[in-house]
Design a protein around this ligand. Structure first.
Ligand code: S3P
Length: 431
């Protein structure tokens, strides 16, 4: 089993780039695979999760050439996919499983998806229910709550659907099914979630009508292939943003980071805590805004993080917990029950990790209260197979006294294979 040993550093310094955005990388493969012609992708994230999506489309007859972080996707149009000859294993990737459930519901063939121990415990009814309302035939364990899922796709009917959970995966799944449905599909969100699917579909020439938190798509539209450059992943950048904020004397620049407003909750949260963050050199990559981010260390204070800010920072909350652990005063995270159904129960696991670091934590049903302390203690901890827990604890280890050992860090490859390498680039251990 792989593990990571981390010791305190003097400061973080330097200029880096993070790998391509995971959400956008998945969507590039999915949408490029049903476009009519060659889609070239650069700065693709070749992580385990995104490779699962590639493998799924290869098994449905799409030719995809991978060269490092570049892809060539030879799409043959929306009705060109063929029945996969075997079960498609989505590994740890919730995005692959949920988005593909929507797409597969509209295909005239039979397919089966499964996943690893963690993914087979994650809720699928949230996508299956609206897909069944559209006429999809989907079966799964516990009435469709858990993988493996069997789908016999067919003719779908557009629906109007108000989402009970704030989830971009659910929204995207219904949108992809809507592309193959008769008539219009309208989705109303409770709170805005990441809109990469909407943006990429528009970029491929699909008419997507957006009005506040409502989005409508009409079925049977063609997709024009495009070249896509994927922005740096702000969820990966978040680890270094917190690291540079909490290690005195640090100053780093992260270039070409995606700053889609549905994803920048981490910048708002850290700034409210007192962080020094400058975003500049703003420009667009396709339909996605990007910028360079400069972070200097600054004393942080505890704040409240709740409501419609949660979906904009949902994946970054584990590392926000590390910022909260060394901030002055108390941080309250609430309205974040979704954390319980991520790659691990991130409320329970982060609370356990923070306690071991010597931090006082109170667990709430939908979040936690964290009381900042002056110094953290180095620990031996376990990732629980969750990449974001592993990387958050690595950042804690940079400021904790003694050595921090994180066990089971193989999972980091699901979203950020170069995490350790890039972290080493900016760690200054002595003067
Ligand atoms: C994602 C959406 C989010 C996020 C996940 C990626 C996506 O999940 O946590 O890491 O790519 O659409 P939910 O939509 O379930 O909140």
């Amino acid at each position: 089993m792989k593990s990571l040993h981390v010791r305190p550093v003097k400061r973080l310094s330097g200029e880096i780039r993070v790998q391509g955005d995971k959400s956008v990388s998945h969507r590039a493969v999915i949408i490029g695979s049903i476009a009519d012609g060659l889609t070239r992708v650069t700065n693709f994230l070749p992580s385990d999760d995104c490779i699962r999506t590639i493998k799924a489309f290869e098994s449905m007859g799409v030719t995809i050439k991978i060269d490092g972080d570049s892809l060539e996707i030879y799409g043959k149009g929306p009705s060109s996919l063929t029945e996969p000859p075997d079960v498609m294993d989505m590994g740890n990737s919730g995005t692959s499983a949920r988005l593909l459930a929507g797409l597969l519901s509209g295909q005239p063939f039979f397919s089966v998806m499964t996943g690893d121990n963690s993914l087979r415990r994650r809720p699928m009814k949230r996508v299956i229910e609206p897909l069944r309302m559209m006429g999809a035939n989907v079966w799964g364990r516990r009435e469709g709550e858990f993988l493996p899922l069997c789908i016999k796709g067919g003719v779908l009917q557009g629906i109007s659907y108000r989402m009970p959970v704030a989830s971009a995966q659910v929204k995207s799944s219904i949108l992809l099914a809507g592309l193959f449905a008769k008539g219009k599909t309208t989705i109303e969100e409770r709170m805005a979630t990441r809109d990469h699917t909407e943006r990429m579909l528009e970029y491929f020439g699909v008419n997507v009508v957006r009005n506040g938190v409502t989005v409508t798509i009409e079925g049977s539209q063609g997709l024009r292939p495009r070249d896509i450059e994927i922005p740096g992943d702000i969820s990966g950048a978040a680890f270094f943003m917190v690291g540079a904020s909490i290690i005195e004397g640090s100053e780093i620049v992260i270039k070409d980071v995606g700053i889609n407003p549905t994803r920048t909750g981490i910048i708002d949260v850290l700034r409210e805590m007192g962080a020094s963050i400058e975003v500049y050199n703003l420009r667009d990559m396709g339909r996605e805004p990007v910028g360079d981010i400069k972070i200097r260390s600054a004393p942080l204070k505890g704040i409240e993080i709740k409501g419609d800010r949660i979906p904009r920072v949902v994946d970054e909350l584990p590392v926000v917990c590390i910022a909260a652990a060394v901030a002055e005063g108390e941080t309250l995270i609430k309205d974040a029950a979704e954390l319980r159904v991520k790659e691990s129960d991130r409320i329970a696991v982060m609370a356990e990790c923070l306690s071991s670091l010597g931090v006082e934590v109170k667990i709430l049903e939908d979040g936690m209260r964290i009381k900042g302390v002056k110094g953290l203690k180095g620990v031996v901890c376990h990732s629980h197979g969750d990449h974001r827990i592993a990387m958050s604890m690595a950042i804690a280890g940079l400021v904790a006294e003694g050595e921090t050992l994180i066990e089971d860090t193989e999972c980091i490859n699901t979203s950020f294979p170069k995490f350790e390498e890039i972290l080493k680039e900016i760690c200054i251990s002595s003067l």
